[in-house]
Design a protein around this ligand. Structure first.
Ligand code: NAP
Length: 306
């Protein structure tokens, strides 16, 4: 495949940027990949693992002459990075991000981008509970969706080019507006994560009563929760602080449904429980049919989250 961009700058070199670096190199999608991260340790590891061709100490240096700049830091750090790189962006460059929340990132980053730079926000719906430069792998985005959110004034050709990059890495691409993105992700990702964190927290409290039983006899459902609840604390703190309204809306609905099921259990309404579980089973079948997961009860699976 021929290069989509001559020079790509990766700001942040963790799971997502690292996977992008490996995928771009594997498919020859970038002439040169320059990377930067907060710590010297991550920068050294990234070069050692071949996530990028070279690293710079600062984000300002990394974006010099870059045709595409990818912001791949926690959502709460996007504004500081944008402030730093704004004056050094090449005219005609495209800036994108991979943050899990879109409206907040667009509002935080846009004011620092000069005219003549296209900002096309993005979110690959792919991830694992692992983080850092060692966590990346080239096939992370294969057959996963990447949502693009072009901001006002972004040129269609800049959007098309970014789409070509994601497709080159194996992703399926769709466009969405930021509010809709944040609501959809609150349902499919953010609220489920909070519920998993809560369930594991409850079990941890119980552990003090039951000693090691929760761990030794942990059943499939609980193990799946623990995998999700092992996700990066910084990333998820930022997600909840910046997608507040949509997450609270979904959690409100969740609580109502939970109360309804609680009442069905208390009153012995087996029909209600049966009907409810039949409906949810069909959703699972839909996900498998759409190729977004497999039937395998694979708790070590690598590419399940966003
Ligand atoms: P990660 O593995 O933890 O990597 C984060 C990178 O950002 C590291 O290189 C880190 O540098 C750097 N960084 C952290 N704080 C910084 C700061 N204040 N200033 C500058 N650099 C900073 O994270 P990730 O999982 O790749 O996530 C990156 C972004 O992708 C997040 O916005 C997240 O919401 C989004 N996302 C994540 C997933 C997922 O499942 N993990 C999926 C889709 C999208 P050091 O290593 O030197 O600290």
């Amino acid at each position: 495949m021929s290069a989509v961009y001559d020079r790509v700058a990766l700001i942040g070199l963790g799971l997502i940027a690292g996977s992008m670096g490996l995928a771009m190199r594997q498919h020859g999608l970038a002439g040169e990949i320059v990377g930067t991260a907060r710590s010297a340790e991550t920068r050294d590891v990234a070069v050692g693992l071949g996530l990028c061709d070279r690293v710079t100490e600062t984000a300002a240096e990394a974006v010099k002459d870059a045709d595409l700049v990818v912001l791949a830091v926690p959502v709460g750090a996007m504004e500081d990075v944008a402030r730093e790189i704004g004056p050094y962006l090449k005219p005609g460059a495209t800036v994108t991000d991979v943050g899990s929340v879109k409206k907040h990132v667009i509002d935080a980053v846009s004011p620092y981008l000069p005219e003549g730079v296209d900002f096309v926000a993005g979110h690959p719906l792919a991830g694992t509970e692992h983080s850092g430069p060692h966590a990346g792998f080239a096939t992370l985005f294969v057959n996963r969706w990447c949502l693009l959110i072009p901001t006002e004034g972004a040129r269609p050709e800049a959007v098309a080019r970014l789409r070509a990059l994601w497709e080159g890495m194996g992703a399926k691409v769709d466009e969405m507006d930021p509010e809709h993105h944040d609501l959809v992700l609150a349902v499919t990702s953010h609220a489920p994560h909070l519920i998993a964190y809560t369930m594991v927290g409850v079990a941890d409290d119980l552990r003090r009563v039951t000693d090691t039983e929760v761990i030794n006899y942990s059943a499939a459902g609980f193990r799946d929760f623990t995998r999700i609840a092992a996700s990066d604390p910084t990333m998820w703190r930022d997600v909840f602080l910046t997608n507040k309204d949509a997450t609270l809306e979904i959690l409100g609905r969740f609580t109502e449904e939970l109360f309804a099921l609680q009442r069905a259990i208390r009153t012995g309404d087996g029909q209600q429980l049966f009907d409810y579980f039949t409906r949810t089973r069909a959703i699972r079948r839909g996900i498998i049919e759409a190729g977004q997961d497999t039937e395998a009860p694979d708790f070590g699976r690598g590419t399940t989250r966003e």
